[in-house]
Write a protein that binds this ligand. Structure first.
Ligand code: GAR
Length: 185
């Protein structure tokens, strides 16, 4: 059995898509879902699937490094084979990144385009006729690790709502697949 930990900050739709996909898995277990935001709606989604929730608020720490150190100490006992960032809106320091074997992230753009915050907005507002989603390994450079999966779509003429729905539809489909591929091969 492989253990995964999912980190999230908000709505948690990716968390839910992964939980649904792995519900009956005999190979992979979500041992913990951690959030930095005690009001995150994802907490309710995680509890629906009986996933253990940990809340570690960054506001309680003076520095990014102190927060990351506490995060590592909290997560290590879960012995994760894989850490999954699913809308975890924190920049992680090497203290965290170098503490785990494998960390992956999903980003709502065709990396290396639109790294960082507000990627969906910037991708939507750009002149480009294509947009997409990337799953990548987390490294010490923001949104720059090895690309594990990427899917694009024709974005011309889409409204903001249609654009968002397309991003979510792709994310919810490809993220569980990457997790399964990484852990069952
Ligand atoms: C997702 O669209 C994910 O790609 C994005 O946050 C959203 C979380 O949605 N992540 C980033 O922008 C990371 N830089 P969710 O809470 O509904 O899963």
């Amino acid at each position: 059995m492989k253990n995964i930990v999912i980190l999230f900050s908000g709505n948690g739709t990716n968390l839910e898509a992964i939980a649904k996909n792995l519900k009956d898995s005999k190979d992979i277990k979500i041992v913990c879902a951690l959030t930095n935001n005690k009001n995150a709606y994802g907490i309710i989604r995680a509890k629906k699937f009986n996933i253990k929730v940990e809340i570690l608020e960054h506001t309680k720490f003076k520095t990014r490094k102190e927060y990351d150190k506490a995060l590592v100490e909290l997560l290590k006992p879960y012995k994760p084979d894989l850490i999954v960032l699913a809308g975890f809106m924190r920049i992680l320091t090497p203290i965290f990144v170098d503490s785990f074997e494998l960390i992956i992230n999903i980003h709502p753009s065709l990396l290396p385009l639109f790294k960082g915050a507000k990627a969906i907005e910037r991708s939507f507002q750009s002149d480009m006729k294509a947009a997409g989603v990337t799953v990548h390994q987390v490294s010490n450079e923001l949104d720059s690790g090895r690309i594990l999966a990427q899917e694009c779509f024709n974005s011309s003429g889409l409204t903001w709502e249609e654009f968002n729905n397309k991003i979510k539809e792709i994310e919810h489909r490809i993220y569980p697949k990457v997790i399964r591929d990484l852990l069952t091969k």
